[in-house]
Write a protein of this length. Sequence first.
Length: 395
Amino acid sequence: MKESEVNLYRESKYLLPIYNRLPLKISYGKGVYLYTEDGTEYLDFFSGLAVNALGYSNDKVIEAIENQLRKYIHISNYYVCTPQVELAKKLVNLSGLSRVFFSNSGTEATEASLKLIRKVAGPEKRIITFSNAFHGRTYGSMSLGGKDIIKQNFSPLLPNIIQLEFNDLESLDKNIAMNTAAVYLEFIQGEGGVRVASNPFIEMLKSLREKYNFILVADEVQTGIGRTGKAFAFNHYNLTPDLLLVAKAIGGGLPLGALIVNQQYENVFNIGDHGSTFGGNPVACAAGLEVLNQVFRGTLLENVLTLGEYFQKQLNNLKLVNNDLIVDVRGMGFIIGVELNQPCSKLVEDFRHRNILVNCTSKNTIRILPPLISTKEHIDHFIRIFKQILEERVI
């Protein structure tokens, strides 16, 4: 029996059945490719769900991890940890905010932000989120989400949280008032179908914050660390958040998340108000430092912007001749959604059979998340395969 078959049996015996596993037995990854046990090569345009910004087996990230392993893998947060402090400094400088709390994930960063907001505003004021939003799967973060399918069977959820329609100016103007404690916003809704916040929507949100002084929380767990061609998605707009949630790419593949706050809220938490045993793990922070060094050095982000525009142009060309299937193409940089007028699971499967990995989100949107190191050649290959799939489909 192959090792993969043994693992499949053991998984069914010992693990909770909460993941819809793909029928691939991954052996290793290199660059933008994953390889199965039989040596088959797959172009990974999903990036471990936006985690692997530098692709797989990056030599310098591995070296940074190995160097830290030889010093110490873990120390308590009772001690100052050099990689943690250095990574916090980089995140503060990149974001323009003030201080950092490290968690193990984006969900935990969201939970930390909820505690901060409730300490500032009290329990009665309302928290605003948006339709199709996704902020995590723990109890508090799930309560913020806008998808009923994720929240069903888990009531009652946290009180005083309401969902408004994303990009709906009238709903925004009508519902935000003095009793608003905070607004949680994804400038690009990843799980929500790669939906991009409109400029008028952001401008109204900015005006309302000036009027009512609520806390603006930007969830950049998926869009942060260069995925949109800038450090964060909010950099594409004339609006800076009070609190910023990041994770995924900042750990180089290791578990790491962060809540970054501006100067106004840097002293809300007192010692003991919050904490984490593993948050800001030295090895994860060492990996994250090297990721940030590479992402924000040279012309990488310029390439993401340029190639992202090129990618969308090519996808829109396919839409022109396949408008009976493709409804919309949207996104920024290397987070792109192709909305179909039908479920996209079959199309994702067709890509996999042709050795390309993408993801289906919100039932009918193909979510494309290439590693930031992807080239024009990789994009052109993707477009060629997509064209073949569209030409061969049965209507």
